[in-house]
Design a protein around this ligand. Structure first.
Ligand code: ZN
Length: 304
C-alpha cells in the first residue's frame, strides 16, 4: 500500500532516501530505486542513463558520471502500473517477493521484464513458470510463453501437459492466434503424431491378432471366421477420442467412461456364433493392456 510523504506518495518498500532515482507509476506512486541497481540490471535503464544528459558538464561517460547525472534527474515516468512495479522492482532489487497468484500476473510482469531487458527477473520468473499448478491449469499459455522466450525445456514440458487439450476447441483460439506458426507447428505436429501413430498401432495385426488378422478363426472352436465389425467400431471410437484428447489416458482402461461406451460393450461381448461354442471374440484384459502399450509408445513432447 503506497504511503504519502511530503505530499508525494511513495511505495513503502521503495521510499529510502538513499536511493537516488524516483520512478513513477501510472497511478502516480513513487518508487525510490538505486540508480546503480537499475543501470546494472536493466538494459533499458542502462541505455536511458547513458544517453547524453543535457546538463552534463563532463565529456566522460563513466558509470560515476552517468550516476551523477541521474541524481539530477527528476521523477521518471515508467508508464507501468503499481501492480507491475510492486512485482518487478523487488525482483530487480533482490527483495523477497510473494508467490505468484495467477498466470495473468506472471505474463504481465514477464512482458515488462522483457521490455526493460532485465535478465535477472526473467530468469526468476522462468523458474516459476513451470510450477505444477500452472502446468496443470494453463499448459497452452506456458507453452506459448516458453516458445516466445526460446526456453526449450519448458516448452517441451508444457507441450506434454497440453495433451489433455483439444486444440481444435474454439476456447483455445485466442492463445493459438497469438502464436507464430513457427512456434505453433511443433505442437500441432505432436498432437497429430500421437493420433496418427495410435491409428497405425491399433491397426497392427501383430499387436491385435484376433481383430486385425484376416481371416482369423474363433480361438475356441477354430471354425467360425471372426466378423470384426465391433472391433473396427471400437477402433474408430478410440481414434475420435485420442483426436479430442491426445494424452490417451481415457483409453485402454477397465473402468471409466470409455469402458462404458456402446462400442466397448459390444466389442467385449461379441461371441462366436457357432452353436455350442460361444467363445468371446476378444480377450478383453489382454486387448486393453495392448491398447495401453500403444498409448505408452507415443511421443510425449515436441521435438526441439
Ligand atoms: Zn467358436
Amino acid at each position: 500500500m503506497p504511503i504519502a510523504s511530503c505530499s508525494r506518495t511513495y511505495h513503502p518498500s521503495f521510499s529510502s532516501l538513499e536511493a537516488d532515482v524516483v520512478l513513477r507509476s501510472t497511478e502516480g506512486t513513487l518508487y525510490r530505486v538505486d540508480s546503480y541497481t537499475l543501470l546494472t540490471t536493466s538494459g533499458l535503464f542502462e541505455t536511458m542513463f547513458r544517453l547524453p544528459q543535457p546538463k552534463t558538464q563532463y565529456e566522460s561517460s563513466s558509470d560515476c558520471q552517468v550516476l551523477a547525472d541521474i541524481r539530477e534527474t527528476e521523477e521518471i515516468d515508467v508508464y507501468e502500473s503499481d501492480d507491475v512495479l510492486e512485482r518487478l522492482l523487488p525482483l530487480l532489487c533482490g527483495l523477497v517477493m510473494p508467490r505468484w497468484n495467477t498466470l495473468d500476473q506472471v505474463e504481465r510482469i514477464l512482458t515488462v521484464a522483457e521490455k526493460w531487458d532485465t535478465p535477472g527477473p526473467i530468469a526468476s520468473i522462468r523458474s516459476a513458470l513451470t510450477s505444477p499448478h500452472f502446468l496443470r491449469s494453463e499448459p497452452l499459455r506456458i507453452y506459448a510463453l516458453a516458445k516466445h522466450f526460446d526456453w526449450p525445456e519448458e516448452a517441451k514440458l508444457a507441450s506434454t501437459h497440453t495433451l489433455t487439450l483439444d486444440l481444435h476447441d474454439p476456447s483455445h483460439a485466442p492463445i493459438l492466434e497469438r502464436m507464430s506458426s513457427k512456434d505453433l507447428l511443433p505442437l500441432l505436429q505432436l498432437h497429430r503424431a500421437r493420433r496418427d501413430q495410435f491409428r497405425l498401432l491399433i491397426d497392427s495385426p501383430e499387436r491385435f491378432t484376433a481383430g486385425n488378422s484376416s481371416p482369423y478363426h474363433c480361438s475356441r472352436c477354430g471354425v467360425t471366421q471372426l466378423d470384426n465389425h465391433t472391433w473396427r467400431e471400437l477402433k474408430n471410437a478410440m481414434f475420435l477420442e485420442i483426436d479430442r484428447r491426445p494424452l490417451g489416458d481415457t483409453l485402454g482402461v477397465a473402468c471409466g467412461e470409455s469402458a462404458e461406451w456402446p462400442e466397448s460393450l459390444a466389442c467385449w461381448e461379441a461371441k462366436c456364433k457357432k452353436e455350442g461354442c460361444g467363445g468371446f471374440n476378444y480377450d478383453r484384459i489382454a486387448t486393453l493392456r495392448q491398447i495401453r502399450n500403444c498409448i505408452d509408445s507415443l511421443p510425449l513432447t515436441i521435438e526441439v
